[in-house]
Write a protein that binds this ligand. Sequence first.
Ligand SMILES: Cc1ncc(COP(=O)(O)O)c(C=O)c1O
Length: 430
Amino acid sequence: MSHVFYRDMNVTYPKISHGKGIYLWSTDGKRYIDAASGALVANLGHGREDLARTLYEQAQRVTFAHTLRFTTAAQEEFATRVNDALGAPGWYTYPVSGGSEATETVVKLARQIHLERGEPERYRVLSRRASYHGNTLGALAASGLAERQRPYYPLLSEAFVQVDPPKAACPGISEHGTCACLSPFEQAVQQFGAETVAAIMVEPVGGASRSGFVPHTGYLPGLRRLCDQHGIILILDEVMTGFGRTGRMMGYEHDRVTPDLITVAKGLSGGYAPLGAVIASQPVYDIIRTGTGRFAHGLTYSGNPLSTAVGAKVLEILTQENVVANAATQGARLVAGLETLSTQYSWVRAIRGHGLMRGVLLEPRAGLAQQLVSRAWDAGIILYLGHGEAEGGDGEHFLIAPPLIIAPDEVDDLLARLHDIFAIVDRELS
Ligand SMILES: Cc1ncc(COP(=O)(O)O)c(C=O)c1O
């Protein structure tokens, strides 16, 4: 009898034996194509010896040195590589252990920046419905998912406010020449008073709650302008989109905006160690550096040598093996195949996303996405089930997001298998 406190006690979980590239095997011999990279984590694929070696070598040197007292070569190299990957204007990395920790950290950092600037009345954090920023209490309060928030409402701070997300079909350009989808944020800033708003936080491309949704051109630049106009900090949650997933190093590069603060996790370590980070741009970093010079925050495992050594190695591999370019090329191959597939079934509404972060939007028929994801699972293909339709999303959806190292013949094989799965579901529907 197991003593594991499972996420769902009604499920018998297959036991994973090992992984290699885009594949996972369970101990009963079943092979899975990991077309979700776990949860957009295993970006460099499974079972890499170079990353195993990085962990071994770092473990031989040192596995823990408290960041209260020390820095390490691993942490230094990791931060330098993040800075090099992002380029101008200069970036400073605060490592943590995952996406939710990054969200908690970034909110405190945004608040402290305003305190340092002498604006203590700024505390509100605006985000969107149909969004996900994590599961800890602050991150959950920032996530626009009423179904997940509801049991914890008494514990969630009202400092977090969610506004309507952009529409799939943009209603047009506003009088300010920006995307009209921005008006929910504009109205919230007006309603609460800009002087109380600390930050606006969004995912550049829809993730768990809006599989691959790409906002209208002008939306993110418009948000940037809105933040600049009112002294609000722009936080981009790149936990899913960051470091190559969208076919560019960062998701925001598609929109040519520069955020003030960025949260990253998941693919940052490729799943080889728990790692997340808050990345601060030079100007906001300077506010603290020239102020108190100290971020009033700390977590025991921040900057952990094993995790940051892995992060540094992942960033090295991304560049050396042209992984980001492969994500763009194979993403184009995948989307071409998915477009062909989608035209055969009236219940598929759209294929969306960038690079190897592709969302399939289905008609709003309850349980349809789950049905597809389950049939795929039976056939040994792991897809990422979306949620959030009830929050102003646009229908049932799921993500296809294989490791960024996927080869062209593996994309073709995945597409052929998806063809079979869609045909099975279509027969079940008729
Ligand atoms: C966009 C985004 N932000 C934050 C998180 C939270 O990350 P974690 O599960 O590592 O805490 C997630 C997780 O799915 C996410 O997709």
